[in-house]
Structure formats: structure tokens, C-alpha cells
Design a protein around this ligand. Structure first.
Ligand code: MN
Length: 233
């Protein structure tokens, strides 16, 4: 048996609806600018005919469980919510054809891509990596995984409320690159593995939160997520 100089961290995991076993998490991929109205509000409209999707990653350790209080992060004064549908990969694949993409889906979850918007935009405009804007500690809240093996969702209302007030409201049918296209494209670059998560992009209406705010998000047919923004820690 391997011995370690200190105890390795426990595996990262999410609960699965209707099941006692938990789902171990591998990587966290995020799709940028995947709803036209959000791309426009960020000042970077997307022409699908002349562009491809792009990605950034978050450390799996950024994962936060549903219901948690997440500390307001350091080095920002513009911490934004982004409500997103999360695809959970259940079967390994590389260079997956879009028509076979559904075979690699285990299920879905509601997630939040929390973002230091001030830093993201500074680094974006300087042509530098987005990590300090996006790979924020505790910035990937994700709710329970809902098993839907083989289902490529194509529509469904997606919404986010802060303190009960609706901030984001759209539909999965407005994704620029749909679930099949995302899996096919991402699998050109990565050998996808069970437990990989894909945060599929946020609709318009992103905005800042402050300590004490309560964020609730939902995706029709999937579920909901709830977090509270706590004091800086
Ligand atoms: Mn996002």
C-alpha cells in the first residue's frame, strides 16, 4: 500500500438524485460566450459562421456543494454570478461525433460559474490568461447530478434570482453551440473522462453580488441550486 507524507485530500464528488452513491469529479471545463445576448453584453458578439467555441478551466477544488455559504473572494470588487447548465460526462471519449455525443452523457446539474469580472476583463483586454478572474476558490457551486443517460438536452428554461429578484432568464435552445456540438468540439482537444463537468455557458443578465446575497438558480427539467455569499474569509 502506498504511503504519503500527509493525507491526500478526499476525492471531490457530487450527490446523485435518487442514489446513495456519490459521483466522483474529474475536471471542470467551462464554455465561454455561448449565448448571443450574453456575448453582446460582454462587448464580444459571436458570429457562429466564423468562430469556434472556446474554453477555460477551473480547478476541480473550486467545486462547492449546493446550499453552501461561499466566502466573498479576495482581490475583487465585482464578483459576478453566471447561471449555467452543467453536463456530466459518464463515458470516456475522444474525437466524438456530434451524432454520438449523447452516448457520453451521464446526466446534468445546475451550476454557477462565479467570476471576478473586474479581473477577467482586465486580463482579457491585456491578452493574458483568465485564471485569476475565473479559477477562483469556491467559484464552481454545483447541485446534485440528475441522471439522464443518453439525453442531449435541447431546450428548457434557465433562470437565476438574487434575493428573490430575477436577474437571468433564458432558454437552453438559445445556446450558440448546443450540448452535442460542445462535446464534439471539446473532445477534439481532450480525451473526455467520466466525471468531467462541462459548464455550458451563461445567458445574459450577469451581475455582481455582495456578502449576504442569496443566489438561486434553476434549469427546467434538471433542478435548482442555492448558495449564500458570505463575508470575505
Ligand atoms: Mn460562464
Amino acid at each position: 500500500m502506498t504511503s504519503y507524507i500527509w493525507n491526500p485530500p478526499a476525492p471531490l464528488s457530487l450527490p446523485i438524485r435518487g442514489q446513495a452513491e456519490r459521483l466522483p469529479i474529474n475536471r471542470i471545463f467551462c464554455v465561454g460566450r455561448n449565448y448571443h445576448a450574453h456575448a453582446q453584453e460582454m462587448g464580444r458578439p459571436v458570429d457562429k459562421a466564423t468562430s469556434r467555441p472556446f474554453y477555460f478551466t477551473k480547478s476541480p477544488q473550486a467545486l462547492v456543494q449546493d446550499g453552501a455559504t461561499v466566502p466573498y473572494p479576495p482581490q475583487t470588487s465585482n464578483y459576478h454570478f453566471e447561471m449555467e447548465l452543467v453536463v456530466v460526462i459518464g463515458k470516456a471519449g475522444f474525437e466524438i461525433k456530434a451524432e454520438h455525443a449523447h452516448e457520453h452523457i451521464y446526466g446534468y446539474a445546475c451550476g454557477l460559474d462565479m467570476t471576478r469580472r473586474d479581473l477577467q476583463l482586465i486580463y482579457r483586454d491585456q491578452g493574458r490568461p483568465w485564471d485569476l478572474g475565473k479559477d477562483v476558490e469556491d467559484s464552481a457551486p454545483c447541485a446534485e447530478v440528475v441522471p439522464m443517460p443518453g439525453v442531449a438536452l435541447e431546450a428548457g428554461h434557465i433562470e437565476l434570482r438574487v434575493n428573490g429578484q430575477t436577474k437571468q432568464a433564458s432558454d437552453l435552445n438559445k445556446l450558440i453551440w448546443n450540448i452535442r456540438e460542445q462535446i464534439a468540439d471539446l473532445s477534439l482537444f481532450y480525451h473526455l473522462q467520466p466525471g468531467d463537468l462541462i459548464f455550458t455557458g451563461t445567458p445574459e443578465g450577469v451581475g455582481a453580488v455582495v456578502p449576504g446575497d442569496h443566489i438561486e438558480g434553476s434549469v427546467e427539467g434538471v433542478g435548482s441550486i442555492h448558495i449564500t455569499v458570505g463575508q470575505a474569509a
